[in-house]
Design a protein around this ligand. Structure first.
Ligand code: FAD
Length: 313
């Protein structure tokens, strides 16, 4: 929509040098704006939306033909039906925190800082004309060495503003009063549905934020589910069709997201590299993009890497 920000560059900032890699297609929208678009569509379709109502017990729900658990990574629907869905939830080793900043980052910017307390990475991108998302991650050892486990919210922001001072151009970090460090949950489910219940989005599968696709996957799930019902009207037939059509794609994304998550956990192994070589490692981390694909996306960047490597021989 017109509300989307679009960009094609990933900037990798290492040892103060910014390396720009073009040819990557991104589209972003402020979350609140996006929710308003979805709510308006629900209004057009006559969906009865209820806000600020938390369903803790599924037995309070009215009689239904189908229950769709689109209730996020912590899904109540999934937890109430564990023997059916056979979920596996593992947690990433790095700590991360989701902040904002008025510093505008044009394109996805991955910044790396070697600090006396350890190694930090930030993932930042602008989502409207005033604000950028600024996600910080680091190992648990760094987090503890810095004392971040015991810091208040203002202390945390002040510490990270200092760590990323050059990258933020002196701009502050913003919170929304619910800021917290997390370990990323990797959600998978052995089974996706019962006879009249199905999961979608993060309740069904998560993909690490470093590949930035969780919302897209959740939306595509909803589209795939609606298409399955356009082919088969009975849940007993439509739900297996949904899983059959959708599972291979999700497994591909989850593997790429897992490779990307692990790369950030092991970023210390690459940090000794010069900025160009480091950028190649960062761009190929999910294994979805290899050196040849990188060449197709940004021939100038790869020519620069080739020239540098040739010059070193
Ligand atoms: C740090 C971070 C950055 C990310 N960045 C990106 C990005 O750049 N791009 C991207 O595509 N994705 C990103 N994601 C992933 C994205 O946020 C999720 O994949 C996406 O929000 C999943 O949508 P969902 O509808 O399945 O779940 P959610 O967005 O979690 O929505 C679930 C809804 O269910 C409601 N709910 C839950 N339990 C109950 C209950 N018991 N009763 C009533 N309501 C309930 C919740 O209030 C919520 O409204 C990021 C995730 C993280 C953690």
């Amino acid at each position: 929509t017109a509300a989307c920000e679009k960009w094609d560059n990933v900037d990798i900032v290492h040892r103060g040098e910014r390396i720009t890699v073009r040819g990557n297609r991104f589209s972003g929208i402020a979350r609140l704006r996006f929710l308003r678009v979805l709510q308006a569509r629900c209004g057009e379709l006559g969906v009865d939306l209820r806000f600020h109502v938390s369903v803790a017990d599924l037995s309070v729900l009215p009689a239904h033909d189908l229950l769709v658990g689109a209730d996020g990574a912590n899904s109540t629907v999934r937890r109430a039906n564990e023997s059916l869905f056979q979920p596996a939830v593992e947690y990433g080793r790095n700590k991360y925190i989701w902040l904002g900043t008025p510093r505008l980052f044009h394109g996805l910017t991955l910044s790396f800082v070697e600090h006396h307390s350890g190694l930090y990475a930030s993932h930042s991108y602008r989502f409207d004309h005033q604000t950028s998302t600024f996600i910080v991650e680091c190992s648990e050892a760094t987090w503890r060495a810095a004392g971040l486990d015991a810091m208040s919210e203002p202390e945390t922001c002040a510490w990270l503003e200092e760590v990323f001072r050059e990258h933020l151009d002196g701009q502050p970090l913003l919170t929304k009063n619910f800021v917290k460090w997390w370990n990323f949950p990797l959600v998978r489910n052995g089974r996706w549905h019962g006879d009249d219940v199905v999961l979608l989005g993060d309740a069904l599968h998560t993909a690490h934020f470093s590949i930035g696709s969780g919302t897209k996957l959740a939306l595509e799930d909803a589209i795939a589910l609606s298409r399955a019902f356009a082919t088969e009207t009975e849940p007993r037939k439509a739900l297996p069709l949904f899983e059959q059509n959708r599972r291979p794609r999700i497994e591909q994304y989850q593997q790429a997201a897992l490779d990307s998550l692990r790369w950030f956990e092991e970023m210390g192994e690459y940090i000794h590299l010069d900025p160009l070589s480091f950028a190649v490692e960062a761009m190929t981390r999910s294994k979805r993009v290899d050196y040849e694909k990188l060449r197709q996306r940004d021939p100038d960047f790869v020519a620069r890497v080739d020239a540098e490597r040739g010059g070193r021989r």
